[in-house]
Design a protein around this ligand. Structure first.
Ligand SMILES: O=C(O)CCC(=O)C(=O)O
Length: 313
């Protein structure tokens, strides 16, 4: 998980009273069953997108295993042309700032409390225009149509960011480097786009197939809103007996994943890992458990279709 470890998440997880937590959970359940998600499902059933074979193949794999991976160019043949130079700019700027930090200087790097090992392009409270390449990626119709079909509702684009994870010299896995379920939502889809080549030393994303809610392994420390979602690593390892998948792959690889299933990653020990990530979640999540990390800078969302506009409101 990431996003709800925003200020709100930290507050809810760390200092909220049991009563407050019950309130958050009750709000989530109400919006899931009745308020937000019912409407989102209705919108989807009235205007469901027609998928081509590539998109349908991704949705089928997500439904079976909870993840699907492919070169970005299989889905969006033209997008890499704009994204690769944007990624390189972020890498260059981040490495220059890291150098300044190491030399004892001031740096403007954005990190999040509790997950300081990741440098973020946006973190929280940013204004993004519709020309932002990473927002554009999350809003791409071919991406959004996959998310909405998989989730069976019009989803909300809740998080957009680019992460640079510098390698650590030594140490143990921390926070999302350990196996966990995201507590954000039971209707959740993330996309990770590798912007650097990721081998075993770069902290690949890892996933336990069929562990998302409704799948074969959902009984293992089951998903609950605001649940205790970090089981002891070794206990989980022994229960999944080698079934985890590790996504070592070249830059330009796209991974879709339902991260309410067990996952971990970013334990970079030999080289940095750079990726872009977007999160699609349900209206119930946005109402109760999560906060969007960006606001739309443009006045109005001209040129977007209704599902794209819905994703941004
Ligand atoms: O950095 C990674 O590979 C894991 C990220 C993660 O846990 C998340 O986005 O929920």
């Amino acid at each position: 998980m990431h996003r709800k470890r925003t200020k709100f998440a930290a507050r809810v997880h760390q200092v909220a009273s049991a009563l407050e937590k019950r309130g958050v959970v009750a709000t989530y359940e109400l919006h899931d069953r009745v308020l937000g998600n019912r409407n989102a499902r209705r919108r989807y059933s009235h205007e469901s997108p027609a998928l081509d074979d590539v998109q349908q193949g991704i949705v089928d794999r997500l439904r079976t295993d909870g993840y699907a991976t492919m070169p970005l160019t299989d889905l969006l043949p033209d997008a890499w042309k704009e994204l690769e130079p944007a990624a390189q700019r972020f890498i260059d700027e981040t490495e220059a700032e890291l150098g300044r930090e190491q030399a004892g200087g001031e740096s403007s790097l954005r990190r999040r409390e509790g997950k300081e090992f990741v440098v973020r392009k946006y973190a929280y409270d940013v204004h993004l225009g519709l020309d932002d390449p990473w927002l554009k990626l999350g809003l791409e119709k071919r991406m959004l149509d996959i998310a909405n079909t998989y989730l069976g509702m019009w989803s909300k684009l809740e998080y957009v960011d680019v992460w640079y994870t510098p390698p650590v010299e030594n140490g143990d896995r921390k926070s999302s480097q350990r196996w966990h379920r995201d507590f954000n939502d039971r209707h959740l889809l993330k996309a990770f786009l590798y912007l650097s080549d990721v081998d075993a030393d770069a902290g690949p994303f890892e996933y336990v197939p069929r562990s998302a809610p409704g799948s074969e392994l959902d009984h293992l420390w089951p998903w609950r809103p605001l649940g205790d979602n970090y089981p002891p690593e070794q206990e989980l390892d022994s229960k999944i007996s080698g079934r985890a998948v590790s996504f070592t792959a070249p830059k330009g690889t796209l991974i879709f994943c339902n991260t309410s299933g067990f996952h971990r990653g970013g334990f970079a020990i030999g080289k940095p890992r750079v990726l872009a990530t977007v999160t699609y979640s349900s209206p119930a999540s946005l109402a109760a458990l999560t906060e969007r990390n960006f606001e739309l800078a443009d006045e109005g969302a001209n040129g977007l279709d209704p599902a794209q506009r819905y994703a941004l409101t």
